[in-house]
Design a protein around this ligand. Structure first.
Ligand code: CDM
Ligand code: ATP
Length: 288
């Protein structure tokens, strides 16, 4: 069995520029991976089938699974006759804004590249990833990047200033399509993406905190007021800066002072079941 890590991502910035004729939105966002990860196991099978086995009953076990789609894509493109059993040990909450499904697909692409000896580069795997979902290309590389286009054009950035990251996931799932669908672009307060890049390049923690921004908050906050409440609580308990990740509902807080992390964690656990303390990974994913 070949094991591959599939880390979650958070969006340090998420800006939408305009709606495109293909119904996607042109975005500009800075993403980074954190050390909350699913574990993907890949085992070759002689019958040519793709099978999904998961520890989580909410993970689809058929074509709807992004990891299945990744395996099918490589199998069809490169005429692979053998099959694969994909085991998904789920740690990343589902429909949370943390790109769990996208990262599973990306890890499957990286792992099958090894298992099926395809010798594809990360760039080639990322190109395949974009056919599965907008976040999959970024997840193939991991690390930190500026993503443009519909999210599939990736420009690598250095690791952000180190800090603790608290993730709090309210007990609701959010549909990314619904959130983009509800977005009113006129009058949006856009995050300063350039300033965030400067903060990262100069390892400036305070400027990174000041530059966080996500235009999708406007939509998700209206749909789910509990997300606003969690954001306020995280501020109140002492996080340096707080933002919703992706289309939500997960909220993350940046905390520089280690002594403060457990205080915020314990405070949040009082009214939110799913709270995680993680670090940004900084580094890009190994090929597999
Ligand atoms: C919110 C983010 O997670 C931020 O990283 C991404 O922008 C969404 O990435 P994703 O979940 O991989 O999205 P996809 O699976 O490609 O698309 C789901 C749906 O979201 C909407 N969508 C997605 C990406 C984009 N740039 N514009 C969109 O309008 C579309 O309605 C699309 O049908
Ligand atoms: N491997 C997978 N793990 C989890 N969900 C999956 C997977 N494959 C497909 N899905 C489907 O994808 C949907 C979105 O789940 P996912 O956890 O990827 O959302 P997300 O973290 O909000 O993604 P993003 O941040 O990329 O928008 C779920 O409703 C689920 O049915």
């Amino acid at each position: 069995m070949l094991y591959v890590k599939a880390p979650a991502k958070i969006n340090l910035t998420l800006d939408v520029l305009y709606k495109r004729p293909d119904h996607y939105h042109e975005v500009e966002m800075i993403m980074t991976t954190v050390d909350l990860a699913d574990r993907i196991g890949l085992e070759s099978r002689a019958d040519g089938l793709i099978k999904i086995v998961s520890t989580d009953n909410f993970v689809p076990d058929d074509q709807r699974n992004f990891a299945y789609q990744a395996a099918e894509l490589l199998k069809n493109t490169y005429g692979i006759t053998e099959g694969v059993t994909i085991t998904i040990e789920k740690q990343i909450p589902i429909a949370a804004g943390l790109a769990g499904g996208s990262s599973d697909a990306a890890a499957t692409l990286r792992g099958l590249n090894e298992l099926w000896e395809l010798n594809l580069t990360l760039d080639e795997l990322a190109e395949h990833g974009a056919k599965i979902g907008s976040d999959v290309s970024f997840c193939v590389y991991g690390g930190t990047a500026l993503a443009t286009g519909r999210g599939e054009k990736i420009m690598e950035l250095p690791a952000p200033p180190t800090s603790w990251v608290l993730l709090a996931k309210p007990k609701i799932g959010v549909s990314t399509a619904d959130v983009y669908g509800g977005l009113k672009i006129d009058g949006l307060e856009h995050p300063n993406t350039k300033q965030m890049i400067t903060a990262i390049e100069n390892n400036n923690y305070d400027l990174m905190c000041k530059s966080l921004g996500n235009v999708l908050e406007t939509v998700t906050f209206k749909l789910h007021p509990e997300v606003v409440m969690i954001k306020e609580q995280m501020h109140r308990f002492g996080a340096d800066a707080v933002l919703m990740s992706g289309s939500g509902p997960t909220v993350f807080g940046l905390v520089e002072n280690e002594a403060r992390v457990s205080r915020i964690y314990n405070g949040l656990r009082g009214f939110c079941e799913e709270v995680y303390v993680v670090r940004m990974l900084g580094e890009r994913n190994p090929l597999a």
